[in-house]
Design a protein around this ligand. Structure first.
Ligand SMILES: *[C@@H]1O[C@H](CO)[C@@H](O)[C@H](O)[C@H]1NC(C)=O
Length: 340
């Protein structure tokens, strides 16, 4: 059975404790196991705000807590997605991560240091570390990856926002991706041995861009595919012609790119309303900010291309209001046309 894992802060410790940190995914499988067109089936909403004194509007970017006053992070653990809604929340503002703007977390085990890293946005790209994923009080206070916003981002961000940091390492280097809500995906690089130091203006490049900012918007994530040769999958959230969210996809043989389109258009998309089946009336038209369920928990950020599952945020299509107070909930899509 495949693990959990993905939920950035919805860090299913369950998965972490149940699953080996080493992999069980065959090492000989080729990236060719990925299909070039995708079909999915979705659950209903699995995780939403609790009825408690926090009075949250949404649970999103698994797992930011959202309300009109702003964002922070939540941790929960479970062993079965169908029981996820019963898991208690631990609000991470009670840990040394603290209160204030913290959002869009990613979590992984950095094997060279035997430490868990939580990567998130605070206006800069921030991280905390923890020796024990099952102890949400154990996260360290935020530190930033960059001394300040890299100049290439400042030059290109326009009226966008610097959001959605994502780390992934290969055998030699670690890479930090981020988006600007203005048509650019950025990548910075440092040596594996230097992580988490060494991300600078000079090491930052534009990894992907589009003149139409809606086409390369935000919530990007990069995964390693198992196999004899290096192979990677990039997902980027886009805004469709009707305003709903969907994901585009690319592959590459290096995390540094270049990225080749896989299912990368609104007509042939990775995941969105047009290729996700629901039972009954769809509870959401957007397939928005999410994460693949991983097959490994370490810094390689590896997934099993034969059993794709994506934990995403969706929303009642009739909901309205300011962006921070929208009622995002988390659901899970599972690929139904896997090639293997
Ligand atoms: C993890 O889940 C179990 C079962 O619901 C719960 O008893 C435990 O307190 C949770 N751990 C944390 C750290 O929240």
């Amino acid at each position: 059975m495949l693990p959990f894992l993905a939920l950035a802060t919805v860090l299913c410790a369950a998965a972490a404790s149940k699953l080996p940190l080493g992999g069980h995914v065959s090492n000989t499988r080729q990236a060719a196991a990925l299909t070039s067109s995708f079909k999915w089936t979705s659950t209903g909403p699995l995780i939403g705000p609790k009825s408690d004194s926090r009075k949250l509007a949404g649970i999103k970017d698994p797992a930011s807590t959202a309300q009109a006053s702003g964002y922070n992070l939540a941790y929960l653990n479970f062993t079965d997605f169908n029981k996820a809604d019963a898991a208690a929340f631990y609000y991470l503002d009670q840990s040394p991560i603290g209160t204030g703007y913290r959002a869009a977390p990613q979590v992984f085990y950095f094997a060279p240091q035997k430490l868990w890293y939580l990567v998130y946005q605070t206006g800069n790209a921030a991280y905390s570390t923890n020796k024990d994923i099952a102890n949400p009080t154990g996260w360290t206070a935020p530190k930033t990856f960059y001394p300040s916003q890299p100049s290439i981002i400042t030059q290109n961000i326009g009226s966008g926002y610097w959001v959605d940091m994502w780390a992934i390492c290969d055998a030699a280097n670690c890479h930090l991706f981020s988006s600007d809500d203005n048509g650019h995906l950025y990548r910075s690089q440092t040596a594996l041995a230097n992580f988490p130091s060494g991300f600078t203006s000079a090491s930052t490049v534009i990894a992907l861009s589009d003149k139409n900012k809606d086409n390369v918007f935000e919530a990007s994530c990069v995964y390693a595919l198992p196999g004899d040769k290096p192979s990677y999958l990039l997902l980027v959230e886009a805004i469709g012609s009707d305003g709903t969210r969907y994901f585009r996809s690319w592959t590459a043989t290096s995390i540094a790119g270049p990225w080749t389109g896989l299912a990368d258009s609104e007509a042939s998309l990775f995941a969105g309303a047009s290729n996700v089946a629901f039972s009954g009336t769809p509870w959401t038209k957007s397939i928005s900010h999410g994460e693949m369920v991983r097959s490994l928990t370490d810094q390689t950020i590896t997934i099993d291309p034969c059993h794709l599952r994506f934990l995403y945020q969706g929303m009642d299509p009739s909901a309205s209001g300011t962006y921070n107070s929208l009622p995002w909930r988390l659901g899970l899509i599972t690929q139904t046309n896997s090639a293997c």
